[in-house]
Design a protein around this ligand. Structure first.
Ligand code: UT7
Length: 320
């Protein structure tokens, strides 16, 4: 695969730590120190499908291809208003494409799982151009009275268009089942045979356990993909990590002995946007002219499951 276009769209409403401290027992100081987050964008007047559609349109424009040239749309999404149809199908309708479209849920790791699927479709010859979207609204599944979770997340959408090419040097996805540390149980309809389950939502997280798993899996995955790709960490232009917590990113950065420039961040502005965070940061780098042909990028993500993934990809947007 080769990435040929990026796009992103965030909700208009930006919420500061100070604003949160007006209705939940927290402080700007605690949130900044423990997470690095200063603001986040939350859905209010717009819908997630509108954000996803705009991100998709931007990515197609940037790629210079038409929706009718797409062979698949894969959307990484945990929750939205619709269980069916899929977000990918909904966005496909909005942008005017008629290709197969489906959603994939690997929590915060979803974007890299979608890249892995896209690579398989491209390699098998079943596809030429694929739109990958990440669209997430974690603020709709947290308890806004629970300071341990509600301060961490933000909503948004980001997208990339990938086509055939040989920029992806290596990719690794994994999953180790543990539903105790991070989960959200949705409420289903009662039936004549089953009463409504009482143990549903909001999001539950054991922050410290997730923190430990995140650091361990990310370091392991990145070392693996770098070795597979035969790339030295010093030759990596950017490590584009899942933006969950600045402390996690700093820990990984110091373990790698890498520079600040190699670890771009935006968790301070957008909080944890789940599977959106990597394509969102990539789109920022692209829009700000920070990416040069031949740059080596490492992506690394982790999330509920417990899932994790990493890849090494060369930035080679214009034709080879
Ligand atoms: O995308 C993947 C999903 N999630 C993650 O990656 C999250 C990974 N984990 C983390 O980022 C961190 O564990 C957190 C930011 C969630 C928590 O930071 P921590 O340093 O692990 O704090 P803690 O859970 O050990 O809590 C320390 C104290 C507790 O008070 P006591 O028991 O010591 O009195 C908490 O009740 O901080 C308290 N606390 C808060 N205080 C003010 C927890 N949240 C808040 C808050 N404001 N928002």
């Amino acid at each position: 695969m080769r990435i040929i276009g990026t796009g992103s769209m965030l909700p208009q409403k930006m919420v500061t730590n100070e604003q949160l401290s007006q209705f939940v027992d927290t402080s700007d100081e605690w949130i900044r120190e423990r997470t690095g987050i200063e603001t986040r964008c939350v859905l209010s007047t717009e819908s997630l499908e509108e954000l996803a559609t705009e991100a998709a349109k931007q990515a197609l424009d940037d790629a210079g291809i038409l929706p009718t040239q797409l062979d698949y749309i894969i959307c990484s999404n945990m929750v939205n208003e619709y269980v069916i149809p899929s977000m990918a199908s909904i966005v496909g309708g909005h942008i005017g494409s008629q290709c197969p479209a489906y959603d994939l849920n690997a929590a915060c790791t979803g974007f890299l799982y979608a890249m892995d699927m896209a690579e398989a479709l491209l390699q098998s010859g079943r596809a030429e151009n694929i739109l990958i979207i990440s669209a997430e609204a974690p603020t709709r599944i947290v308890d806004w009275n629970d300071r341990r979770t509600c301060v961490l997340f933000g909503d948004g959408a980001a997208a990339v268009v990938v086509t055939r090419g040989n920029a992806l040097r290596s990719i690794k996805v994994s999953s180790k089942s543990d539903k105790s540390v991070l989960y959200y149980r949705r409420s289903l309809e009662p039936t004549p045979f089953l009463i409504r389950d009482k143990n549903t939502g909001p999001l539950c997280m054991n922050g410290q356990e997730v923190f430990k798993s995140a650091v361990t899996s990310s370091l392991r995955d990145m070392q693996y993909v770098l070795k597979q790709a035969n790339v030295n960490k010093d030759d990596v232009t950017y490590f584009v990590l899942h933006q969950a917590n600045l402390r996690i990113i700093d820990f990984i950065k110091s373990h790698f002995g890498a520079t600040d420039e190699q670890f771009p961040i935006n968790v301070n502005r957008y909080g944890n946007t789940s599977s959106v965070s990597i394509p969102l940061l990539l789109d920022e780098l692209n829009k700000n002219g920070k990416l040069r042909k031949g740059d080596l990028l490492v992506f690394s993500a982790f999330g509920a499951g417990f899932t994790s993934a990493a890849c090494v990809i060369e930035w080679n947007k214009s034709a080879e």
